[in-house]
Design a protein around this ligand. Structure first.
Ligand code: PLP
Length: 387
């Protein structure tokens, strides 16, 4: 059988909101853990078990130091989604049936978990208002606080349009009102300094695969949750030692390199945005341009549906039309709907996110591919209209 020729260039990866490639230093640490730490960390009767448990303790310190928490409050979970569910269980253990406020632009992991609690009669959810940039309308939170709440759930940064939220301000308002808080820092970790945020939050979650660590590992920071934590984690199973160690190393690198990495990302993102703007007059940039993650670029190109764009570029560029979990669906994402984006902008929305290993050449190639495809689609459309 004839072999397919290898592509001249591998696809440019611009989908870091969905997942980040694992840093080679993390891979190295994970391989080392698999080679040298054979024991179950719960088998503390013997030295090898204690060695594995000690390696987990080091990872806990590394995570705590990235987020500005205490090592004993760090609990490892199967994912950020799992951490969110566990945080909600802890809040119920503390307060009983919950009156919750959350933004409609939260990640589906949060929205589904809250809806499930509503169905079980364990929570009522007040959906807060957001504006056309997906930014929180503060007055809607104040009104909900005045009515009485048990828990506010809030992402620190949005996974689709990159909008960054005033979490510190919100957490302080919740503290004043005796309201518990759950911060989804999955997209913010390693991009925003969480040190002022974590000490104010009752629960904070993040995920390994958004910070150049492995998939299938997350974190719940839950200070002062005491005995309830043991109950919620009772069925957690044997800890995934290599993944936990990989996550620890990913957190250490993210902490040490965050400032330089954000500068690198922002430079590339701005280059990408400028390149697209220079060639596509109709380009619209979505989200809160004043408060945006440095690696995030969410655009619409009116007249160029994202289906048509993907059909042309998906073998050369890894990008998405929405959140990874929502893409594949024909519907515009819940985030774009909440922002009130019109059909034309929603149908042509593209989520691009640069990362640690991207280069200027990657960005220039992406611009060339996207502009070429957009022009081809627009001119085919024009010809079709002329016929
Ligand atoms: N929260 C946000 C903001 C996310 O972006 C994601 C993943 O896309 C999640 C939660 C879920 O993370 P995980 O894949 O670890 O469950």
């Amino acid at each position: 059988m004839a072999e397919r020729a290898a592509p001249l260039h591998p696809p440019v990866y611009l989908d870091h909101h969905a997942s980040t490639p694992v840093d080679p230093r993390v891979i190295e640490a994970m391989c080392e853990a698999m080679r040298t730490l054979p024991a179950n960390p719960n088998s503390v009767e013997h030295a090898l078990g204690r060695q594995a448990a000690a390696a987990i303790d080091v990872a806990r310190i590394e995570v705590a130091s990235l987020v500005g928490g205490e090592a004993q409050d760090i609990h490892f979970t199967a994912s950020a989604s799992d951490a969110i569910r566990k945080a909600l269980e802890l809040a119920i253990a503390q307060r009983g049936e919950l009156r919750v406020a959350a933004m409609p632009v939260e990640h589906p992991a949060m929205i589904h978990a809250l809806r499930a609690l509503e169905r079980q009669g364990l929570a009522t959810v007040h959906w807060l208002q957001v504006d056309a940039c997906a930014q929180l309308c503060r007055a809607s939170l104040d009104a909900a606080l005045a009515e009485g709440l048990d828990l506010v759930c809030m992402m620190a940064a949005n996974n689709e349009v990159g909008t960054v939220y005033p979490v510190e301000e919100v957490l302080n308002a919740c503290l004043e009102n005796g309201v518990l808080t759950l911060v989804d820092a999955t997209q913010a970790a390693g991009r925003i300094d969480l040190h002022p945020v974590t000490p104010l939050a009752d629960y904070l979650v993040l995920s390994g695969h958004k910070i150049y660590g492995p998939k299938g590992i997350g974190v719940l920071n839950a200070p002062g949750s005491g005995a309830a934590v043991a109950e919620v984690f009772a069925q957690a199973g044997t800890p995934n030692v290599p993944a936990i160690i990989g996550l620890g190393v990913a957190c250490r690198i993210a902490g040490e390199e965050r400032v330089a990495e954000c500068a690198h990302a922002q430079k590339l993102r701005d280059r990408l945005e400028a390149g697209l703007r220079a060639s596509l007059d109709q380009l619209v940039v979505n989200g809160d341009l004043q408060r945006r993650l440095p690696h995030s670029l969410h655009v619409s190109i009116p007249g160029v549906t994202n289906d048509a764009m993907l059909a042309r570029v998906s073998h050369q560029l890894a990008l998405s039309t929405g959140a990874a979990c929502a893409s594949g669906a024909q519907e515009p994402s819940h985030v774009l709907r909440s922002m009130g984006l019109g059909d034309e902008l929603a149908d042509s929305a593209l989520r691009l996110s640069v990362g640690r290993f991207n280069t200027e050449q990657d960005v220039d190639r992406a611009v060339q591919i996207l502009v070429g495809a957009a022009r081809a689609i627009l001119s085919a459309r024009q010809e079709h209209h002329l016929c």
